[in-house]
Ligand binder design. Structure first.
Ligand SMILES: CSCCC(=O)C(=O)COP(=O)(O)O
Ligand SMILES: [Zn+2]
Length: 210
């Protein structure tokens, strides 16, 4: 008999969905969320449900390789990206993925990264005490083969580590959406809101120049 999912993890995931839906960051059935549980378990949203209307039964458990504890349930199609974050960043305990207009449009027009400079809200990211900074948010190609996309991300993290570059606060998938993570769900939401705010500023700036 598998361990039940802690109420706090379910409540955090359901509340995150409602909050992201209020921002219009999870249209249709877009987005997925997870929380790291003890013993290598991960609570993650089930695939294909509207994330603004999550109920406790829409949260399930997978292992570190994305295998469901209950084989009758289908986890998020992007579960392997959540697993990849938990594997790479041991401090990560919550992961959020959303599809905003700003992250979708900007990622379609960007090269391999989006530079955010001079924003006061950069201070919402870890280790940045001042707005006088530039953060490079990676943009990776979209791919319907999620395992292959995760391999590309692993290569990107390896390359950043080799060059001594600080870990970014999240990453964008081109034409698709954003992933962020943090030590808590509240921390991940704060990071996401800060990042989305700055992406929205960058989008409006781009539109004004056209
Ligand atoms: C209709 S959104 C396409 C799938 C996607 O990008 C997403 O974020 C939601 O997928 P899930 O399997 O987690 O519902
Ligand atoms: Zn998605």
């Amino acid at each position: 008999m598998p361990e039940p999912i802690p109420d706090a993890a379910i409540a955090a995931i359901v509340a995150a969905g409602r909050r992201m839906d209020r921002h219009n960051w999870v249209p249709a059935t877009a987005g997925n969320f997870s929380v790291r549980l003890p013993a290598g378990r991960i609570a993650v949203t089930r695939s294909g449900v509207h994330k603004g209307f999550l109920a406790p039964e829409h949260v399930m458990v997978v292992d570190g390789e994305g295998r469901p504890e209950d084989p009758a349930l289908r986890p998020s199609a992007e579960t392997l990206l959540h697993c990849g974050i938990y594997r790479r960043f041991p401090e990560a305990r919550a992961v959020l993925h959303g599809h905003s207009v700003a992250n979708t449009v900007l990622s379609l027009h960007a090269g391999g990264e989006i530079l955010l400079s001079g924003y006061e809200l950069l201070k919402a990211f870890p280790g940045l005490p001042t707005h006088e900074a530039t953060v490079a948010v990676p943009v990776v190609p979209n791919d319907q083969d999620i395992a292959r996309m995760q391999q590309g991300l692993d290569a990107r993290w390896d390359s950043l580590a080799r060059s001594g570059t600080a870990i970014p606060p999240g990453y964008l998938i081109r034409g698709h959406g954003v992933y962020v993570w943090a030590e808590t769900m509240d921390g991940a939401l704060a990071r996401l809101e800060a990042l989305e705010f700055m992406l929205e500023c960058a989008l409006q700036d781009l539109q004004r120049r056209d």
